[in-house]
Design a protein around this ligand. Structure first.
Ligand SMILES: [Cu+2]
Length: 322
């Protein structure tokens, strides 16, 4: 949670607490229900370096009243969406819709979405009709799914904001720990020429996990991001996650890394000598094909990136050709 979010939360409590205090101290007539509440939740979780990620809403289930607002904060280096569909509908197959939709209220009748939201984004939505609603991250569904139960205004709340924060913190810590544990599943010879482009609990077999590692690794640890080959050697990358697409993208040696569409097509052939941009294009998690190979024909030290996870999450690797 960012400082800014904490500040917003603090403000919310300052304004809401006196109303509750006054209403509970009165005698007759019965206390009026407190005014609309502002609730807070986190979206995603990550270590500060972006290597280990939790993919969920924290907490994932909340019960509020009509008129209340939820402020979701993107708490990970990995971007997400906060998306609600008309009741009875859900995400369509195919690439995720990353555009924002709808306004600041939701009543179960209109597609309402934050669109692609990077870290520290705060997305607020006021719920105006009682019902049970699903909230999706369109990038990480089906595993990233929450439920918002909206009660009739004035109904007592089953859970406090403090309890939600405790639940969310526990769930995100579990997901980060599971991401860390998945490193031990590295399926190739450690230090060899096979590199995992991302890894997750269950690997590509799935089902999609709420944890993932955004790193190129050639051994069972997040820091093993360098691979060494001889001239003429071939490196093969495999997306070993069940929940994140990745790319393996080389720029031109000695030049600034180019700006490229993260979801653009494959560039170049099966060899690399540092003189031309060469990219796998998107390597999907499932159903694949989830591998990409390059043969290195000139000595040098080459860095490469996942175009989807390089900036904030630091998914960058090195190939040393000697
Ligand atoms: Cu990636």
């Amino acid at each position: 949670m960012t400082l800014r979010t904490l500040w917003h939360l603090a403000l919310a409590f300052v304004f809401i607490s006196p109303i509750v205090a006054c209403s509970t101290s009165s005698t007759t007539p019965p206390p009026a229900p407190p005014g609309p509440m502002l609730w807070a939740a986190n979206v995603g979780a990550s270590t500060s370096d972006g290597a280990l990620q939790g993919l969920n809403f924290y907490p994932s289930n909340m019960t509020i009243d009509v008129g209340d607002t939820i402020a979701w904060t993107i708490a990970s280096t990995n971007p997400h969406t906060i998306s609600l569909f008309p009741t009875g509908q859900g995400p369509a197959p195919g690439p995720p819709d990353l555009a924002p939709h709808g306004g600041s209220t939701y009543d179960g009748t209109t597609l309402t979405s934050s669109g692609l939201a990077p870290k520290t984004t705060v997305y607020k939505l006021t719920f105006t009709k009682a019902g049970i609603y699903k909230v999706y991250c369109l990038i990480h569904q089906p595993e990233m799914l929450g439920t918002i139960t909206v009660q009739v205004a004035g109904t007592p709340y089953p859970t406090t904001q403090t309890q939600y924060q405790t639940q969310g913190a526990a769930a995100s810590a579990t997901d980060i720990a599971n991401a860390n544990s998945s490193l031990a599943q590295f399926p190739f010879p450690s230090g060899g020429t096979q590199v995992a482009a991302g890894i997750a609990p269950g690997l590509v077999a799935g089902p999609p996990s709420n944890s993932t590692v955004l790193r190129f690794i050639n051994g069972p640890m997040a820091t093993a991001s360098t691979v060494t080959v001889s001239v003429g050697g071939t490196v093969t990358w495999a997306n070993e996650s069940n929940n994140e697409p990745h790319t393996v993208t080389f720029g031109i040696a000695g030049q600034p890394f180019p700006t490229l569409n993260p979801f653009g097509p494959k560039i170049g052939g099966s060899t690399y000598d540092g003189t031309a941009i060469t990219s796998s294009g998107v390597i999907p998690p499932v159903p694949g094909p989830n591998t990409y190979s390059l043969t290195f024909t000139k000595a040098g030290t080459y860095t490469y990136r996942c175009l989807i996870h390089d900036d904030d999450s630091g998914m960058i690797g090195t190939v040393i050709v000697q």
